[in-house]
Design a protein. Structure first.
Length: 104
């Protein structure tokens, strides 16, 4: 049972396996920022273009980040960003959509 207890030498904020993940960390931060922008701007009717486009890009970057993520912490932050991007995207779509009446 001694092998069950492993001492952790250092606790990293972004990589729990001790290896750097620059692409995954970048996608995680981009998804969180896009999700925050989409979520906040989704509550304003006149910012529907910004919220819908940032939400859509946030969903796409978050989905790709989930596909290539390697640690639980990356996945956790990506899910938070994906949720915020999704809410912002849907609110932006409800307020006017991606093109705001320009394309139809």
């Amino acid at each position: 049972m001694a092998q069950a207890m492993r001492p952790q030498s250092s606790i990293s904020l972004l990589a729990t396996d001790g290896k750097p993940h620059p692409l995954q960390d970048t996608l995680m931060v981009v998804t969180l920022v896009l999700g925050a922008v989409a979520f906040v701007t989704g509550f304003f009717d006149n910012l529907h273009l910004l919220s819908s486009w940032t939400g859509l890009v946030g969903i796409l970057t978050g989905a790709y980040g989930q596909f290539i993520s390697e640690t639980t912490r990356e996945r956790f932050a990506l899910i938070i960003g994906l949720g915020a991007s999704g809410v912002g995207f849907y609110l932006g779509m409800a307020h006017g959509g991606l093109f705001g009446g320009w394309a139809g």
